[in-house]
Design a protein around this ligand. Sequence first.
Ligand SMILES: *[C@@H]1O[C@H](CO)[C@@H](O)[C@H](O)[C@H]1NC(C)=O
Ligand SMILES: *[C@@H]1O[C@H](CO)[C@@H](O)[C@H](O)[C@H]1NC(C)=O
Length: 298
Amino acid sequence: MRFIIFFIYITLVYSESHTFTTLYTEINGLAIAGIPEFSSVTTLDGRQIDYYDSEIKKLIPRQDWIKEFMSGDRFKEYTEIRERVQQTNKINITFLMQQFSHSYGVHTYQRMYGCEWDYQTGASQGFDQHGYDGEDYVALDVKELRYITPVQQGVITTEKWNNDRAQLELLRQYYQNECVNWLQYFLMLRKVDLERRAPEVSLLQRDPSSPVVLCHATGFYPSGLTITWLKNGQDHDEGVDLGELLQNEDGTFLKTSTLYIQPEEWEKNQFVCEVEHMGRTYLKILTEDEIKSNTSKF
Ligand SMILES: *[C@@H]1O[C@H](CO)[C@@H](O)[C@H](O)[C@H]1NC(C)=O
Ligand SMILES: *[C@@H]1O[C@H](CO)[C@@H](O)[C@H](O)[C@H]1NC(C)=O
């Protein structure tokens, strides 16, 4: 299992399958300022939409489009839910430590739950996994509607939870319906926010003698965008490497086309990077003035 604690921002390869998750992390025995005992992260497609921890004691929206949704009463309610989880997890981790005969030391208890939904097939799947010290502890088999555990120490918990049929039924409802509805609702909020964002196009070269030039388009939405290199007005695809479509932290897209070419070659000929998005064309002529040196992109 090994849940990662992701406080960092990442760019991901775009896919039609969407995921909505909540991750709670409880750390026991680590009294270091700056590392919270409890944290909660909600993500949509791997990107944080909100964050809470026991030091900040406040729910923080991580995306512009969630700010309005998460204001007023809902902000209060969502903060309170996390405060309650913080309290129970503090007790839970001591129970887990007892099960594993750990009386001291640094230990973690994590729960990750949520659902996946495929835009194309409409198929969805819920999940609810609990981990202790990075290993599987207990997980819900949503189809069979029962909790399973790969370890002896998890048996007390699975037996207790599997005996509560009413609660299991509620969970089934949640993972099959509500969770997917929320996921779709958040996708809709994100889409409305992103509707038609124009790309920002730039030419990048590591240094003036480098034989690699990147045409970099970022911040656009929706995802349909083409990048073409032109040599003296003609399509040029020799030594061109079109990169994968990636997604930025804010849900906008990013695409790069790499041109392998000697500086003398583009000084003698006119090379242009042509980007098309939503019926508009953006041109960048390859000249020294247009190039931004930026080593961080190489
Ligand atoms: C955590 O505590 C709650 C409340 O006491 C309890 O219902 C739940 O079973 C506990 N979870 C684990 C993993 O023991
Ligand atoms: C280089 O790229 C980084 C990250 O995209 C950006 O913050 C920085 O301002 C850029 N520097 C230049 C000189 O363009």
